[in-house]
Design a binder for this molecule. Structure first.
Ligand code: TYM
Length: 342
């Protein structure tokens, strides 16, 4: 049985990258699979978070999930810290992961910056908590943006090493070769890597110091229009299919955003605007962005005004999630040889 898991960190406002690369796609799976969508508050604190802001942002991501069309009856929506099995399995995985694997993680290098000795130990073992998030439910599919690909590969390596290291006892107890599945990343569509509006060689990110570099999920129509108008471009008209995007990252980024917002294939958008001026294209992109995002940000605002409701969604989601995680964790402990788990 296929099971979907994904997570978003409650750190600051959500960007169009989070929305198009992940959150909006989550709703696509809710009718076909059993889905768990988590607000990963324990991942957030790998970098310092102000407690009041962490609390508000956790409810904010929950509201964004709902505003993007996730039905809390059909999906399990919860925050990570309310289900203790995530941390428990992460510890076992810390002992399975090799330091050499963690040393290859590009996100750690970016986030730790120059003073790596000063980064938290949590930031370093971040990927093994992420593997635990997914595998404590034995989830098989993980919709994420392109920047999470390397972490997903590590999760697969951890699953494989656990299955290998404990192979004999897994076969003895379960009559199967594998206890954890190899989770598949779902990275598909035209906006798996939404780039900064100021510099299309950098990812659009909530941590960029310039607010003009990104569209936030709660930006109003005027702000969206201004950010698109000021977005960096080059002097040539938009390329057609033949000319392509070689050396034109800004054009490629804006076309990708358009295609994702319109839910059209990228090539259809390329064909339509081949030879057009950026000014003309930007007008239509603005209109599309505003009409697509306005209902979402209205709903987001409405939901954020009702924290009691959002807390209730997370609590009942956490109860359901724990019900699934508990037997997997119990069996994991028995496999490892912990007394009390059989
Ligand atoms: P986070 O919180 O940084 O981002 C949430 C999701 O948004 C995607 N994303 C983007 N997609 C396209 N273009 C962009 N510019 C862009 N920026 C962000 C991310 O790829 C992600 O899908 N480690 C994860 C959270 C996590 C998780 C998990 C995900 C924790 N445990 C288990 C999946 C499964 C993170 O930091 O995402």
């Amino acid at each position: 049985p296929d099971r979907v898991f994904s997570g978003v960190q409650p750190t600051g406002t959500l960007t169009l990258g989070n929305y198009l690369g992940a959150i909006r796609r989550f709703a696509d799976y809710q009718d076909r699979y059993e889905c768990l969508y988590c607000v990963v508050d324990m991942h957030a604190i790998t970098l310092w978070q102000d407690p009041a802001e962490l609390h508000a942002n956790t409810l904010g991501v929950t509201a964004a999930y709902l505003a993007a069309g996730l039905d809390p009856e059909k999906n399990i929506i919860f925050n990570q810290s309310q289900v203790p099995q995530h941390a428990e399995l992460a510890w076992v995985f810390n002992c399975v992961t090799r330091i050499g694997w963690l040393n290859r993680m590009t996100q750690f290098k970016e986030k730790a910056g120059k003073h790596r000795e000063n980064a938290s130990a949590g930031l370093y073992v971040y990927p093994s908590l992420m593997a635990a998030d997914i595998l404590v439910y034995r989830a098989t599919h993980v919709p994420v943006g392109d920047d999470q690909k390397q972490h997903l590969e590590l999760a697969r390596d951890i699953a494989q090493k656990f299955n290998h290291d404990y192979g004999d006892i897994i076969r003895e107890r379960t009559n199967q070769d594998e206890f954890f599945p190899q989770p598949e990343p779902l990275i598909e569509g035209p906006a798996m890597r939404v780039m900064s509006l100021r510099d299309a060689t950098k990812k659009m990110s909530k941590s960029d110091p310039s607010d003009m570099s990104r569209i936030n999920m709660d930006d109003d129509a005027d702000t969206i229009a201004q950010k698109i108008r000021k977005a960096k471009t080059d002097p040539e008209p938009l390329p057609g299919e033949e000319a392509g995007f070689e050396g034109r990252p800004e054009a490629e980024n804006l076309i990708g955003i358009y295609a994702a917002l319109a839910q059209e294939p990228k090539l259809a958008v390329v064909d339509r605007y081949a030879g057009a001026q950026f000014s003309e294209f930007k007008k239509e992109l603005t209109e599309l962005a505003v009409t697509t995002l306005a209902p979402v940000s209205d709903e987001l605002r409405r939901l954020k005004a009702d924290p009691g409701y959002l807390e209730g969604v997370l609590k009942s989601g956490a109860e359901k999630a724990a019900g699934l995680a508990e037997p997997v964790m119990r069996e994991t402990k028995a496999i490892v040889g912990f007394v009390g788990a059989r």
